[in-house]
Design a protein around this ligand. Structure first.
Ligand code: ADP
Ligand code: MG
Length: 633
């Protein structure tokens, strides 16, 4: 229990807020302008002083080289991650950075890193809270998107530290929104959180069980939000102004900005009125006026809103739930104030969404609830946990260049899984463990995360070593991989940072690619696996011919086996995995009695029809990839 007040902060792309728990109710703390929302805009004025929020907005127009917005997009990102952002947003990067160095943004002739810019926003929120309480504030809970990776979370924590705030917890935004609605009191159920803000759309499916909020799946579009609606209305106004009034003002930054302000006001008015007027003063005494009805507005923005449907469906699919299984729907983000967004959500999830709280405040309110929990304010929810998901599957390369997935994408983190493998070559001393991330069937199409060798396995026939590969993603998202040959106790392990250097776009395109090429991948994998198995059984057969058991077979049996062997040799090189499988099955059937006889001669055999002539095997210097899913015991 601490007497320190802990505040909850929503550090948003477009707007940021600070809230605290007043008795049993979370409330937002207003700024000195009386407004709850602090626009996430930072500017450097003529005297090199930092200006934040509403007051900074005019610099975006007047001295754009001294102002920055949407800095959240650059948090924890490298230059490789933000190509798209640089095309879409006027970020001015300092040129003098070395590769691998953190990004720096120019404001006037000074430069700042993204966490520093975010820290300016946080410091403003901290000041607002300190003025409100007339006491220092040093601890906070800050929210982040559920899909934020390690680097982005770390950058957010850094921003807090820079602002003089100890960040006690980073909470996922959808979890915070659910907390604000008190859904944690419900015990069990599935919640969908639909967040349409200024520049981003996020859909999260959460599962509540035993006071744990588990993120089952997240999806969304990092370039979809209220800005798209504004830009659409601006384009229409500019076209009208040119068509009706013969004025081309596209290149006049100040007028475009005036139009932007006007269309946003109109958009907001249309959320509560059936019609609204656009009225813009133009140069040369001209004036643009137009009335827009809500119906017209809804028809216009429908294509934008429809872009939220795909991600919602995908998230439900990834979470393995149907709309009927979703018990609560929470609306987040200023753009969900638009009535037609609400109907769309209702239609998609077939239930009335929660709308009692302000959608642009709900995340900050939830952060305040979490802050209260941490300060010991509530016994019930004290141990609330939040689980994340891993965005891509993780696995290793197995014989034939195939990916064997060990932890599937969208598994909750922390996660662990174990698979068993064996060797492909007799006497194989080393096993190459190649750690992969991605959805594709072939290793070459996945992202390589790490490689290490499990060395010094004592000589054993192929198929006999029992290699256990264990994957563990800890609560910080760090992947630990260990391999152990269980008969000899040989071990090796490695620590991998799965999210390192992988952009959201890469993740998305990797997921998309895997859908596109799933069929071809599957076929190739089947062929490779069938061929591997054919090799194994043929070489085992070759060796068993030298065993006493072979002599115990009747002449006819041996002839039959030779025929089946030849058949398999023939189809092995073809690309028809079904044919190969059939031939393998036939040979397996045909050598059944041979295998039995060999067992009887007390040979420890691991694979079907395989001899154990130690004498045949020298230690192999070769390193091979493990063979998937050997059957043991
Ligand atoms: P973020 O999470 O990106 O920081 P917010 O949740 O604060 O953003 O949402 C900001 C967006 O919501 C802006 O595009 C703003 O124009 C829009 N918005 C706010 N209020 C309304 C309203 N009443 N009607 C329509 N759009 C709104
Ligand atoms: Mg938001």
């Amino acid at each position: 229990m601490s007497n320190q007040r802990i505040v909850g902060i929503d550090l948003g792309t477009t707007n940021s807020l600070v809230a605290f728990m007043q008795g049993d109710v979370p409330v937002v703390i207003p700024g000195d302008d009386g407004l709850n929302l602090v626009p996430s805009v930072v500017a450097l004025n003529e005297n090199d002083q930092i200006i934040v929020g509403n007051a900074a907005r005019k610099y975006l127009i007047e001295t754009p080289e001294r102002a920055v917005y949407s800095i959240k997009r650059l948090m924890g990102r490298g230059i490789e991650d933000i190509r798209e952002e640089l095309k879409l947003f006027p970020f001015r990067l300092a040129e003098d950075r070395q590769p691998g160095e953190v990004l720096r943004i120019k404001l006037g002739d000074k430069t700042f890193t993204p966490p520093e810019i975010s820290a300016f926003i946080l410091r403003q929120l901290k000041r607002n809270a300190e003025r409100f309480f007339a006491a220092p504030i040093t601890q906070a809970v800050i929210t982040v998107p559920a899909y934020f990776n390690d680097a982005q979370r770390q950058a957010t924590k850094d921003a807090g530290r820079i602002a003089g705030l100890e960040v006690l917890r980073l909470v996922n935004e959808p979890t915070a929104a659910s907390l604000a609605y008190g859904l944690d009191q419900k015990q069990n159920g599935i919640v969908a959180v639909y967040d349409l803000g200024g520049g981003t759309f996020d859909i999260s499916i959460l599962k509540l069980h035993d006071e744990i909020f588990e993120v089952m799946a997240t999806n969304g579009d990092t370039h979809l939000g209220g800005d798209d609606i504004d830009n659409l209305l601006i384009t229409i106004a500019l076209d009208d102004i040119q068509g009706d009034l013969g004025l081309d003002v596209r290149r006049n930054g100040e007028i475009v900005q005036t139009i932007r302000k006007a269309v946003i006001e109109t958009k907001i008015a249309l959320s509560s009125q059936p019609a609204a007027k656009l009225d813009i003063e133009l140069p040369a005494g001209k004036r643009y006026q137009r009335e827009i009805t809500r119906q017209q507005f809804e028809d216009l923005i429908r294509p934008i809103l429809d872009r939220t449907i795909g991600p919602c469906k995908q998230a439900m699919k990834d979470a393995g739930v149907t709309p009927e299984q979703i018990e609560e729907v929470v609306l987040v983000g200023g753009s969900t104030r638009i009535p037609t967004v609400r109907s769309l959500v209702k239609e998609m999830f077939r239930r009335e969404p929660h709308t009692d709280l302000n959608p642009d405040e709900v995340v900050a309110l939830g952060a305040a609830v979490q802050a209260n929990i941490l300060s010991g304010g509530s016994e019930v929810t004290q141990n609330m946990l939040l689980l994340d998901v891993t965005p891509l599957s993780l696995g290793i390369e197995v014989a034939g260049g195939v990916t064997d997935k060990i932890i599937l994408r969208n598994s909750t983190v922390p996660a662990s899984a174990t698979q068993h493998y064996t060797t492909q070559i007799d006497g194989q001393a080393n096993v190459a463990v190649h750690v992969l991330q991605g959805e594709r069937e072939l290793a070459k199409d996945c992202r390589s995360l790490a490689r290490f060798d499990l060395k010094g396995i004592p000589p054993m026939p192929a198929g006999l070593p029992r290699i256990e590969v264990k994957f563990l993603i800890d609560a910080n998202g760090i992947l630990h991989v260990s391999a152990r040959e269980q008969r000899s106790g040989k071990e090796a392990e490695i620590e991998v940072q799965p999210s390192y250097g992988l952009t959201d776009e890469q993740v998305e395109s990797m997921i998309l690619e895997s859908f596109d090429s799933a069929e071809e991948d599957f076929r190739q994998r089947q062929v490779i696996e069938a061929r591997n198995e054919a090799e194994t059984i043929l070489s085992a057969l070759e060796k068993s011919k030298k065993s006493p058991a072979w002599g115990q077979l009747a002449n006819g049996e041996r002839k039959q086996i030779a025929k089946l062997e030849k058949a398999l040799e023939e189809v092995k090189q073809q690309d028809d995995y079904e044919k190969i499988r059939k031939a393998i099955d036939a040979l397996n059937q045909g050598t059944m009695r041979l295998a039995e006889l060999m067992m009887d001669t007390a040979v420890t055999t691991a694979l079907k029809g395989k001899t154990m002539e130690q004498a045949d095997m020298g230690e192999s210097p070769e390193t091979g990839h493990p063979v998937a899913k050997a059957d043991f015991e």
